[in-house]
Design a protein around this ligand. Structure first.
Ligand SMILES: Cc1cc2nc3c(=O)[nH]c(=O)nc-3n(C[C@H](O)[C@H](O)[C@H](O)COP(=O)(O)OP(=O)(O)OC[C@H]3O[C@@H](n4cnc5c(N)ncnc54)[C@H](O)[C@@H]3O)c2cc1C
Length: 492
């Protein structure tokens, strides 16, 4: 996968998408006196979950006695505990999953460009005046008399600062929290909102529950928190509060951290203190505004629908905005979107649904069995320590050989990056070669799989990572310094 900005101006695309950015975990659900749901109700709910999930016998939920629950998670508060349940759910690395979609799209012929921002949209009114449709011969505009159509976007390559034009027959606005910012570029935009932004903060704590995730209610507001095992720490989330600032500057606030600590302390025998927080980060959910419920009658953030919606504006006939959605529904969203757009581009869809298509690193079969086998294979073939081999297999799945193969010719690539527990120089090289990484941050925060961990811990690796980028991409000494400064700023 390469950045191919020069292709942008030379091609007229059928479809331009702007934006777009598992394995199991045992979840322990403690049930305390005064909780909203009784053990019986939880048991019924989890039985339905097992049935609808089609889970095999060993993956079904189990109810635990108080002693059994406390034996599994010793930090759990015993006082008031009535029972607990254990059930299983999936866990994913969101940055890597999203990257795998982009890699797959590129492998199937899409032109994928990062660091490219659409700043203006050119609309043709030719249809309204009876001229040719931007959709080409035979394709009609939408709405009575045909609507104006977007014919061109002006985009800026944020790395070089150069502007370029992109033309396409149809446009998908998949810019998440920025969806209404992009709609605002359309002449005729009426100021309406299609998404509601809510902030979700996570905090990282020293490990509190070993291999178990804990899910428990927050009685003060009727929500739940989840505490997840994550790279030998615990990840605790999340908040859900309305946000109306600049999406690019969302940050965790002290009140978010206090809220999460209070929530988890309700179930802990020894409370967590603010000083134990290792790190915190925040993101924005772009929730679809429910038609008929905007403004005064809005539900609370957590009651707002998590379903996705496609929105079309009458002043842009070939432009669809994707509002809402989740990582878990991304594939079904993509499929519905394609089904909706294809006929309008005159494309007949072939074959069955793509839901069984496997992403590039996903050729593993049963994952844990694969990790076990492939990790030892990596040790045998490339003489890397088992813990490094296992992390590489877990991160890159069936593509692990592509990362390690160059080590045969260049032993320096087998070196662990200073300041990191187990990242190899070979991974930086791979990210540049095959995963479109163009900056130190790209690698450390968005490719390595450790970006979530605690960013300050990765700072020691910056000089060596910058050195590898410099040798592959011809960076100057100034660029290396600028990269280090930029990493320090974004992880402050
Ligand atoms: C705290 C939190 C917890 C969550 N938990 C879960 C969960 O447990 N399960 C789940 O399934 N989902 C979860 N989600 C939701 C999930 O993260 C989102 O649904 C998903 O990230 C949305 O992806 P997207 O591609 O629509 O938007 P984004 O990931 O926001 O991507 C939009 C992209 O558009 C780009 N962009 C913006 N403007 C422009 C422009 N002018 N030109 C070009 N590009 C532009 C941005 O740079 C960005 O890369 C959670 C979200 C949050 C915040």
């Amino acid at each position: 996968m390469n950045r191919e900005p020069e292709v942008l101006s030379k091609t007229k695309f059928d479809l331009a998408v702007i934006g777009g950015g598992v394995n199991g975990s045992a979840i322990l659900l403690p049930i305390y006196a005064g909780d909203p749901d009784s053990p019986l109700k939880i048991r019924l709910g989890l039985t339905l979950y097992d049935l609808f999930g089609g889970l095999g016998k060993k993956d079904r939920h189990r109810m635990l006695s108080v002693s059994d629950a406390v034996r599994r998670v010793p930090r759990l508060k015993r006082e008031g505990l009535r029972k607990a349940a254990v059930y299983y759910d999936s866990l994913t690395d969101d940055a890597r999953l999203t990257l795998e979609y982009a890699l797959d799209a590129a492998a199937r012929g899409a032109v994928v460009v990062n660091y490219t921002e659409v700043r203006a949209l050119d609309v043709s009114t030719s249809q309204v005046t009876g001229g040719a449709s931007a959709l080409g011969p035979g394709a009609q505009g939408y709405g009575p008399g045909g609507a104006p159509e977007v014919v061109r976007a002006e985009a800026v390559d944020k790395l070089s600062g150069k502007s370029q034009e992109i033309s396409a027959r149809f446009w998908v606005n998949a810019t998440g929290p920025w969806v209404d910012h992009l709609r605002a570029l359309l002449p005729g935009y009426d100021g309406s909102k299609t998404v509601r932004l809510t902030k979700g903060t996570h905090i990282i704590l020293p490990s509190l529950s070993g291999p178990y995730a804990i899910l428990a209610p927050i009685p003060s507001d009727g929500r739940v928190f989840v505490l997840m095992p994550w790279h030998r720490c615990s990840l605790l989330g999340t908040t859900d509060t309305d946000y109306d600032g600049d999406p690019a500057t969302v940050r965790p606030e002290p009140a978010d951290v206090e809220y999460l600590i209070a929530a988890v302390n309700r179930v802990l025998a020894r409370p967590v203190e603010a000083g134990e927080v290792v790190g915190a980060f925040a993101g924005l959910r772009a929730l679809a505004v429910e038609p008929g419920r905007p403004g005064e009658g809005s539900p609370s953030p957590s009651e707002n629908t998590r379903e996705y919606r496609f929105h079309e504006d009458p002043w842009a006939g070939n432009f669809i905005s994707v509002c809402g959605g989740k990582i878990t529904t991304a594939r079904s969203l993509g499929e519905s979107l394609v089904a909706r757009i294809a006929p309008r581009l005159g494309i007949a869809l072939r074959g069955p649904s793509s839901r069984h298509e496997v992403l590039p690193g996903g050729q593993t079969g049963p994952f844990e069995v694969y990790v076990d086998y492939a990790s030892w294979e990596a040790v045998r073939m490339f003489k890397v320590p088992i813990e490094i081999a296992e992390r590489i297999v877990r991160t890159y799945g069936s593509r692990w050989r592509e990362i390690l193969e160059p080590v045969r010719d260049d032993a320096s690539l087998a070196e662990v990056l200073p300041g990191t527990p187990s990242l190899l120089a070979a991974e930086v090289e791979f990210a540049i070669r095959s995963e479109m990484a163009v900056s130190v941050e790209d690698f450390l925060l968005r490719r390595s799989g450790l970006g979530w961990l605690s960013r300050w811990k990765l700072r020691g690796a910056v000089p060596r990572v910058a050195e590898i980028f410099a040798s592959r991409l011809g960076w100057s000494a100034e660029r290396r310094i600028a990269e280090a400064d930029s990493f320090a700023r974004s992880t402050a």
